[in-house]
Design a protein around this ligand. Structure first.
Ligand code: A3P
Length: 316
């Protein structure tokens, strides 16, 4: 780390310490330019925004947390590297590494928190594949200006909320997510306070940007669940590596979908016992993997709050 770097991080840390904050979701969230972020992560988010140099050939998976990041990383990685890593190979990287170890989340990289990288040499060449949770307005200018490709996945709000509530309960409250008071968290979420929230701002920014940025692909978790093959094809086409007729005939797309399926990834040893981030066990990234699980958790009042949130959109 150079002297300049440490000065830079010091100035970011000073910004962070002056921001409004709340203690929630098992952590400290600070409000910066309309974005709620974990205080310790915000310097990485700002450093990424101000310093990352995108290439035109970069591909960025952009998701709200719990909207399908792990799955989309797995699919994009497998699609992009299928010539070197055949999806049915017994040594495919996804059988030994969690998808988060295969695709770097850029703001974590700027925090220096990324670890356990497999051999991703192929991805150091163009095209590079990365991910981020930041809203569109926080993307580095170079991503938008270079014409780098962005794949945004959105998920219906109630399911995203339940998934976040379960996840943070599991990782921060010792495996007992019900100890995070559900009602309180519905109120926090619907007042915009969640990681990378408000979720309606996040959603609106990517949706609006898609009308002017032709390098932005919008996908939905629910549609991916319903039509995985079709969505994998759409993704490949957008990434500039569409499937050939021969590949389709040989069943490569189905193999990719199967490799990246919830049941297959969840059952891998690395995802049962491994760890990709310093604090998080991989198993927490695989909970139920279904559309609409919120029906099992939310009362009619909670549903109504989440659907009417701030009157901004319907959360689809
Ligand atoms: P649930 O909590 O509803 O089960 P993220 O990857 O953005 O953290 O999102 C996690 C959500 O995606 C969790 O949802 C998780 O179970 C689900 N998920 C993880 N891998 C998946 C896969 N391969 N296919 C479908 N859903 C997956």
């Amino acid at each position: 780390e150079t002297e300049e770097d440490s000065q830079m991080y010091k100035s970011y840390a000073e910004i962070v310490s002056s921001l409004p904050f709340v203690d929630s979701w098992g952590t400290k969230l600070v409000l910066y330019n309309g974005l709620w972020a974990i205080d310790e992560l915000l310097p990485g988010i700002i450093a990424f925004r101000d310093h990352f140099k995108a290439r035109e050939t970069d591909i960025i998976v952009a998701t709200f947390p719990k909207a399908g990041t792990t799955w989309t990383k797995a699919l994009a990685f497998t699609i992009l590297t299928r010539e070197v890593n055949h999806p049915s190979s017994p040594t495919h990287p996804l059988l030994g590494f969690n998808p988060h170890s295969c695709v770097t989340t850029l703001e974590y990289l700027y925090m220096g928190r990324e670890n356990l990288m497999p051999d991703t040499d192929v991805l150091n060449e163009s095209p590079r594949l990365f991910a981020t949770h930041v809203p569109y307005s926080f993307l580095p200018k170079s991503i938008v200006e270079s014409g780098a490709k962005i794949i945004n996945v959105s998920r219906e709000r109630k399911s995203t909320f339940v998934s976040q509530w379960k996840f943070y309960g599991d990782i921060w409250e010792d495996g007992d997510s019900d100890s995070l008071d559900l009602e309180k968290y519905v109120d926090l979420f619907t007042s915009g306070i969640s990681l990378y929230g408000p979720d309606w701002v996040y959603r609106a920014e990517y949706t609006n940007a898609s009308s002017t940025n032709s390098n932005l692909l919008l996908l939905s978790y629910e549609e991916m669940i319903e039509k995985p093959v079709e969505n994998a094809k759409k993704m490949a086409e957008f990434m500039g590596c569409g499937f050939t007729d021969d590949e389709v005939k040989l069943g490569i797309v189905d193999e990719i979908v199967k490799l990246c399926s919830f049941d297959n990834l969840k059952s891998q040893q690395v995802n049962k016992n491994g760890r990709s981030f310093s604090m998080i066990d991989n198993k927490h990234f695989f909970r139920k993997g279904q559309a609409g699980d919120w029906v099992n958790h939310l009362s009619p009042e909670m549903v109504s709050k989440l659907e009417k949130v701030a009157g901004k959109d319907n959360g689809q």
